[in-house]
Design a protein around this ligand. Structure first.
Ligand code: BG6
Length: 465
């Protein structure tokens, strides 16, 4: 529905931006850090690896000063597990511990609230080699012990911890590494239990609030057929609710679990696991949003054919025989990298999350990743990014007017960093970093046009869009 006037953003609303350690820090083997599974993953030809990032590890003070100049009241970053505990378990690296104290203190110096992700795609490689990472229950304990160190050190000065970034994307798209569908959902279950225990521990050890950070999106049926509507419900269970019903209610979506049981691929869940899932309660939900999804029904037979078509690998990956397959929504705008641009979908997602879970919400990623052009006079005219963000922020305001309790907007990314698959060419930041794929140049920080625009947004609490 349309409103005659929109409610203002609430006082104290957090305006900021996001990052993750392995995509921006660089210094990948410095001061005791070991490799993570993201460092060892193969990068597409022609794109940089993550080794140098954008040198945020050494330049965090300069970066935070720029964020303060923009008017940030929040900065989301992640702590690197392979820095804090280089062997994954056991000895703690005090140099790394001090580093994140320095980052947090620097934020506080400017009144910026650190929102700290405990785990963003960077499982220590040693744990992957030792016992297969999340395939093993041992990973639950090692993750919880790593969290214990973070809570002890940073708990007294951090108000918001995020447990795991985009567990759903890891589970859905990297499942093949676990050898079978059962293995895939078992590893995912271990992560869910680890998250629940991390939330329990946070509440025992500190006053901080804690929440999950999945990638959540509204799901549209490809047509108005009953089959496609059911497919949209089913995909919503697998893509979204599997990660939030478990976190908030301690239950798996029932139909999904029954479907897995019918196929013989349901994870083994112990009584203690159910207990932990029930007792681990988030204080809020953080979520990343990049555009709604659209699906249609696909039969078992047709779906199997689609999965075996190696020429269309991505479609295969998004196909679940007997349930659904993702389709391109021709009514949705797209960026040059094919990512959806759907501000109304953000309002729908916010509404669904609020109505289902009734927990405060914070958007921890949303953004426009495209190449930017550095002009000869040193300016960057990224009006496309301004347009993208403006429309999404307006959707947030509409959702707030609908009654949704949203307390922060932290788009991806505060400054340019290395994309998960498209190197540094795919840029998201308000601050341009002067480096190319293979030429590190001077890594100078340069304010884009969006920097000045977002400065007005932050400083006017969203009034000047
Ligand atoms: C999210 C991740 O999936 O999307 C980030 O949490 C990632 O790590 C971001 O960078 C944007 O995706 P990409 O592939 O464009 O870097």
């Amino acid at each position: 529905m349309d409103y005659k006037s929109l409610k203002p953003f609430p006082e104290g609303f957090l305006w900021g931006g996001s990052s993750s350690a392995y995509q921006c820090e660089g210094a990948y083997l410095e001061e005791g850090r070991t490799l993570s599974v993201s460092d060892t993953a193969k990068v597409p030809e022609g794109t940089t690896n993550f080794n140098d990032g954008v040198d945020h590890y050494h330049r965090f003070k300069e970066d935070i000063a720029l964020m303060a100049e923009m008017g940030f009241t929040e900065f989301r970053f992640s702590i690197a597990w392979p820095r804090i505990i280089p062997q994954g378990a056991g000895e703690v690296n005090q140099v790394a511990v001090q580093h994140y104290h320095d980052v947090i203190d620097e934020c506080h110096k400017y009144g910026i609230e650190p929102v700290v992700t405990l785990y963003h795609f960077d499982l220590p490689q040693v744990l992957q080699d030792k016992y297969g990472g999340w395939a093993s229950r041992q990973c639950i304990d090692d993750f919880v012990e790593y969290c214990r160190v973070c809570y002890k050190e940073y708990g007294p000065k951090v108000k918001y911890f995020l447990t795991i970034n985009e567990q759903n994307m890891m589970a859905l798209f990297q499942g093949a590494m676990y050898g079978s569908e059962k293995g895939q959902w078992q590893a995912n279950h271990h992560m869910l239990v680890a998250q629940a225990k991390a939330m329990i521990l946070c509440h025992e050890m500190c006053d901080a609030k804690v929440g999950p950070a999945p990638n959540i999106t509204a799901i549209y049926p490809a047509s108005s057929s009953p089959e496609d509507n059911l497919a949209a419900m089913d995909w919503d269970q697998l893509r979204n609710r599997l990660f939030l019903d478990t976190a908030v209610f301690g239950t798996y979506p029932e139909a999904l679990l029954n479907w897995w049981k019918d196929k013989g691929i349901a994870p083994d869940i112990t009584d203690q696991d159910w207990e932990d899932l029930k007792n681990g309660n988030p204080d809020f939900i953080a979520f990343n949003y990049y555009g709604a999804g659209t699906v249609k029904y696909v039969s078992e037979e047709e779906g199997k054919k689609m999965k075996s078509d190696t020429a269309n690998f991505m479609t295969g990956l998004m196909t679940y025989p007997g349930m659904s397959t993702a389709v391109q929504n021709l009514l949705q705008e797209r960026t040059s990298y094919g990512m959806g641009v759907d501000p109304i979908g953000l309002r729908v997602t916010l509404r669904q999350l609020w109505e289902r879970y009734h927990l405060p919400l914070i958007i921890t990623e949303n953004g426009c990743g495209v190449p930017d052009k550095l002009e000869e006079d040193g300016t960057i005219h990224d009006d496309y990014r301004i347009d993208y963000l403006r429309r999404h922020i307006k959707a947030c305001q509409e959702a707030i007017t609908d009654g949704v309790q949203l307390f922060g907007y932290s788009p991806w990314s505060a400054f340019d960093l290395i994309s998960t698959h498209q190197g540094i060419t795919k840029r998201y930041g308000f601050i341009y970093i002067n480096r190319d794929e293979f030429d590190l140049k001077d890594m100078k920080r340069i304010r884009k046009d969006s920097f000045y625009w977002y400065q007005k947004v932050c400083k006017s609490n969203g009034q000047e869009l």
